[in-house]
Write a protein that binds this ligand. Structure first.
Ligand code: NAD
Length: 255
């Protein structure tokens, strides 16, 4: 008799986009630690971040793939390569995301289009390509990176906020449409997490002080905090969860 579902991904194949650093990197390492083989989606496969070596040390099978998620051709080629190598894909983490900041009145069309292309179009078409395989398998887990910015308005982040709100709603749409294929689709919505992406901001003492005054738990998050939730949602422990966005915000959005 077992009284708790395992958080074990042995025998599963996971693809993480934007995996070179920050939260994506942490998701690869967390899922590898609980046994998953990892397809590492990289915007620039020629840049060595040391991640592949670290994953190999954990004893799982690893496949780096060239995958700029704003380019549908690269998405389709990478997914085909992963299927040909591993024969299946069980878990997709749509992590790649960008956040060019600017006042609304100064926002450029170029930054607007780029943010939509990576955050929304990338998430949609990566899910579509991987989903076709999951439909054939009649099983799968998709976990999208939303943000607290999809639930509250952050100054100078209007376009980013819009894409993250979109991701949480898209998560529900995919969950509703693909439940019949036994594909669970969820999102996680972190507050400020210490990553290379947020470093320039969190290094400003006034900015960090303001952030800490809004996070009720009075600490910024670490990539492992997000990666642990992602591994949970990807595991048998997440069997009955679909269409949800899990807040990982230290309480910022509840007051
Ligand atoms: P980061 O900037 O540190 O890393 C982003 C990664 O995405 C990089 O490896 C980069 O190469 C990759 N990437 C960018 N454009 C890409 C593209 N076109 N194709 C493929 N990969 C691409 O970011 P992070 O802080 O680790 O955030 C990761 C995700 O989590 C993002 O979606 C972000 O919006 C979300 N998020 C982050 C925080 C935070 O505070 N760090 C909070 C909430 C949500």
């Amino acid at each position: 008799m077992k009284y708790i579902h395992d958080i074990n991904l042995k025998g599963k194949v996971a693809l993480v986009t934007g995996a070179a650093r920050g939260i994506g990197r942490a998701c690869c390492l967390a899922m590898a630690e609980v046994g998953a083989d990892i397809a590492v989606g990289l915007r620039d496969i020629d840049k060595d971040s040391g991640l592949i070596d670290e994953l190999n040390e954990l004893g799982v099978n690893v496949l780096p793939v060239q995958m700029d998620v704003s380019d549908k051709k690269q998405i389709d080629e990478a997914v085909a390569q992963i299927i040909s190598h591993f024969g299946r894909i069980d878990i997709l983490v749509n992590n790649a995301g960008i956040a060019p900041d600017n006042l609304i009145e100064n926002y450029t069309e170029e930054d607007f289009d780029k943010t939509i292309a990576v955050n929304l179009k990338g998430t949609f078409f990566t899910s579509q390509a991987v989903g076709k395989q999951m439909i054939e398998q009649n099983s799968g887990r998709i976990i999208n990176l939303s943000s607290q910015a999809g639930f509250i308005a952050l100054a100078e982040e209007s376009v980013y906020c819009m894409t993250k709100a979109g991701i949480s709603h898209l998560t529900k749409c995919f969950a509703a449409e693909w439940a019949k294929y036994n594909i669970n689709v969820n999102a996680v919505a972190p507050t400020f997490i210490e990553t290379p992406g947020t470093e320039p901001w969190l290094n400003k003492p006034e900015f960090k002080k303001d952030v800490l005054s809004k996070i009720l738990l009075n600490k910024v998050g670490q990539p492992i905090d997000v990666a642990s939730a992602v591994a949970y949602l990807a595991s048998p422990a997440g069997d009955m969860i679909t269409g949800s966005t899990m807040m990982i915000d230290g309480g910022w959005t509840i007051v």
